[in-house]
Design a protein around this ligand. Sequence first.
Ligand SMILES: Cc1cc2nc3c(=O)[nH]c(=O)nc-3n(C[C@H](O)[C@H](O)[C@H](O)COP(=O)(O)OP(=O)(O)OC[C@H]3O[C@@H](n4cnc5c(N)ncnc54)[C@H](O)[C@@H]3O)c2cc1C
Length: 317
Amino acid sequence: MTGVEAALRGALGADRVRRSVPLSDLTTFGVGGPADLLVETRTSDEIVKALAVAHQAGVGVTLLGGGSNVLVSDAGVRGVVIRPRPGGIRRIDDTHIEADAGVTINGLVRWTIMHRAAGLEAWAGTPGTVGGAIYGNAHFNGRLISELVTRVSLAARDGRACDVAAPGLRFGYDRSRLQQTGEVLLAAEFRVGDGEPGALRATARESLAFRKRTQPLDTPSAGCVFQNPEPGRDRLPDAVPWSAGALVDRAGLKGDRLGGAVVSRAHGNFIVNDGTATAADIRRLIEHCRRRVRERFGVELREEIVYLGEFDVHTAD
Ligand SMILES: Cc1cc2nc3c(=O)[nH]c(=O)nc-3n(C[C@H](O)[C@H](O)[C@H](O)COP(=O)(O)OP(=O)(O)OC[C@H]3O[C@@H](n4cnc5c(N)ncnc54)[C@H](O)[C@@H]3O)c2cc1C
């Protein structure tokens, strides 16, 4: 690891590269072991440089955004973890803006409201960054963030960058091409309209209030653990809603606990950390929920959250 560490320090500056950094502090679940090397990049150029250096050294790279949709293993993540921070936002023309990967969705919403740009205000309260939102095609209230995306800048794992128009990203519910290709998001362009800041702020407040009413925001979690089942892909018994949270609820799993991991009583699709959970507790509780829902409804739930690092999966509980 010392070779790649020295090369990264040479390319980006010594202060940007840290060794054995605990990732629990950088994820909303509050669990997870250390990254061998954590690189905090400030620009797209720095992401590209870090990718090229790691590629040349043959060392694996993992991207970490706001850490709000990941479960990091207790053993941590080997190789290099790149964490883009914080990045900039630019107006491209009257109807488009561009945000770097490390910009938080909340920061983006604040910027658009201040700059009278309409379209993103309802995304207020979505944790995480532009990079994570594009990777998983974040959704809220029946809308997908991809509906607002017109173009992105990507880098391949060897650092080669390219621009891709939205149709080339193969967006779907919880899906983008980044999940297959391993490409890294550098920046995304969004379509915006004209807005009056007072009205935009009111919509943002409504979204925040809705989240406060429906989600356990005072306990560490990674939001929804499972994707909702999809018509055409899954089969559900009659009169059962197409909602992972409802399936967990109807299987009687709310409040179930393994170690410090608990199925939220407020929202069946949230697993919360009571402050003592390990990543292994959370992973075991996920398998427990999946098994119980399968036994009860014949549906195989798929994760919305992403696992980073190695897990030793025990399905028995
Ligand atoms: C309380 C709470 C509420 C939530 N509500 C919602 C919601 O309403 N809708 C919703 O969709 N999600 C929700 N989430 C989940 C989460 O906020 C989103 O999935 C978010 O978009 C993840 O962004 P992130 O930056 O935190 O990504 P991370 O969790 O850091 O990473 C997620 C994945 O994206 C990859 N990634 C990150 N950055 C890049 C990049 N630059 N290039 C390539 N890959 C990258 C990572 O490697 C990882 O595989 C919620 C989470 C919490 C904790």
